[in-house]
Design a protein around this ligand. Structure first.
Ligand code: C2O
Length: 346
């Protein structure tokens, strides 16, 4: 059976994960009225750029839009805090599968990962666009898979900017420290030169995007079908590396669970979350482009699975996975940037 959009009225404030009791006040607001998603008409295509290629004007708009989103009333589902809660609620067992209160809904570690985050970014971007009344506005992407972009992007590193987040790994300040795709934050940090780190990162990219993702299931992760118990959930290759690593690398070293970026419940409170995920979203497309055998799942349980998001008018909107598989239909594409890991010798 299909995964249906969750019943927002049932958002648990206390639940358990294995032995651990999780208590939270992070449930997004609920609205009874649900509208079905419709494509924008007339359709158009906007180009999301790499963060290091943004114009000064674009950067200012991005900051202003984020500032306005943060300034919205905290109960407004479009506010930055509630946007973060939407991510939280879908991933930390707060929601359940429709009609199955005993089955927590989780969008990570399965084939829901790519489409859920694509839709999430789509609405986030649309809300930002409407807050500055600029129909051309797009989110950028942080292409940490390219040596020129393996540090914390500098626009996120200015202390009084709306794009700043205090709960980050302070070692990354100053934007000269390279991200290392082979090391989690708690691992002892090996002494590697920058050249070695870059080479390792490129190898990890090639491994996860090519060698370890020859089948749809390897790339997307396990199937997610109603009522199937949690142990069957396996993350896809890109979700494991470098997606998870980027989260844990950016999160603070002095918070209990690596908050903000290092933990599901707080990750989307850091504005950098959105440019991390636009890159993951871009790499989904790259994977399909580099080999004609690379295809999205075609099972009905995938195509018809649905989620609920708030749109720029704060209306609760139901979307299905099949409507997000072609980004041009959603009105965007990614700027072409080099793919330096593609032709690496193995
Ligand atoms: Cu929903 Cu990068 O996690």
């Amino acid at each position: 059976a299909l995964i249906e959009s969750p019943d927002l009225a049932v958002c648990k404030k206390i639940h358990t994960q294995g032995e651990v009791v999780i208590e939270t006040t992070c449930c997004p607001p609920n609205r009874k009225k649900i509208v079905d998603f419709v494509f924008e008409t007339p359709s158009r295509i906007r180009v999301r750029p790499a963060v290091q290629h943004m114009t000064v004007e674009h950067i200012e708009k991005y900051k202003e839009a984020t500032r306005r989103m943060k300034a919205l009333d905290k109960d407004d589902p479009r506010s930055f805090a509630q946007q973060a809660n939407v991510h939280y609620a879908y991933c930390d067992d707060a929601y359940s599968e429709m009609g199955l209160p005993q089955m927590p809904l989780e969008v990570h570690k399965s084939w829901l990962f790519f489409p859920f985050h694509r839709w999430y970014l789509y609405f986030h971007e649309k809300i930002l666009r409407s807050l500055i009344e600029d129909d051309d506005f797009v989110l950028p992407f942080w292409n940490y898979d390219d040596p020129s972009s393996m540090t914390l992007p500098s626009i996120f590193d200015e202390i009084n900017s709306p794009l700043y987040d205090q709960l980050r790994n302070q070692d990354l300040c100053g934007s000269t420290k390279l991200i290392n795709f082979r090391s989690y934050r708690d691992d002892p940090q090996p002494q590697l030169t920058d050249t070695e780190i870059i080479q390792n990162n490129l190898r990890v990219m090639r491994l996860q995007m090519v060698t370890n993702s020859k089948t749809t299931q390897q790339f997307f992760g396990g199937k997610y079908i109603v009522d199937r118990p949690r142990p069957n959930h396996t993350p896809g290759s890109l979700e494991m590396f470098p997606h998870n690593i980027v989260h844990s690398w950016v999160g603070s070293k002095s918070t209990p669970k690596g908050e903000d970026m290092g933990s599901f419940h707080t990750a989307a409170r850091d504005p950098i979350f959105y440019v991390h995920h636009t890159n993951i979203d871009r790499l989904w497309g790259v994977w399909k482009d580099i080999n004609c055998k690379n295809k999205d799942p075609d099972e009905l349980e995938f195509l018809e699975a649905s989620f609920l998001f708030y749109d720029e008018k704060a209306q609760l909107t139901r979307v299905t996975i099949k409507d997000c598989l072609n980004t041009s239909a959603l009105g965007y594409r990614y700027d072409n940037v080099p793919i330096p890991w593609l032709d690496l010798d193995k």
